[in-house]
Design a protein around this ligand. Sequence first.
Ligand SMILES: O=C(O)[C@H](O)[C@@H](O)[C@H](O)[C@H](O)COP(=O)(O)O
Length: 267
Amino acid sequence: MTAATPQLVVHRDKELMAQAAAARLITRIVDAQAARGTASVVLTGGRNGNALLAAIAASPARDAVDWARLDLWWGDERFLPSEDPERNVVQARAELLDAVPLDPARVHAMPASDGVDGSDVDAAAARYAAELAEAAGAPRSSGASRIGVPAFDVLLLGVGPDTHVASLFPEHPGVRETELTVIGVRGAPKPPPTRISLTLPAIRAAREVWLLAAGEDKADAVALALSGPGELQAPASGAHGTGRTLWLLDRSAADRLPPQLYPPASA
Ligand SMILES: O=C(O)[C@H](O)[C@@H](O)[C@H](O)[C@H](O)COP(=O)(O)O
């Protein structure tokens, strides 16, 4: 088994899934901080990612995290004005970030459509790529072959019903990107149409990639993505970490998995 081989955990329902994922993420951050002094997590938009953040906020164990030594990044963002309630960062603030003592300099929100680049989503994406490259210690101009993003401890991804992850949609140009780490996305099938997204090479630099899917509307996507199609047809199948790739599911989302993929024990 390689790090790209998905490990599956199936929980009874989406509430338990969010609570167990929260406990798992708290532990992972505490372990990374104990080992390296700091930790880095990439957040996702969507209901499952938000439920995970809310479960962390409700957990007494959240006080085990040294929030001031945590870097937060985003896997994608809806390209809207900075205070728009549909922005992933605005939702993350409401669910958790406003309730914990983060260092604002370590909260790396993706640019908004009313920022310095205005409505130029490609310039905004390039700005985020530069911020990531700086954090990775590899200036964009260095020509370094290493991908210019930090080795994130955990990168979270919600899985869409069409197998999209971040804002990488099946058969869209973004899923073919091999050079850039961050792209502007236009014409996304999930509103809003204009978005910023990490690319698959940037996602694959993470130590651990955790994919979250709950609910019956995800069952086909989960079964398809785990049945070995190419990432062009099923972007979720191209998302894996250098150390571990974990699919966190509820029973409804796992319902159509081929029997040989269903984990022997489900919590
Ligand atoms: O900005 C977004 O919309 C996302 O980051 C997107 O990729 C999301 O994670 C999936 O669509 C799953 O969303 P749900 O968890 O709501 O199903």
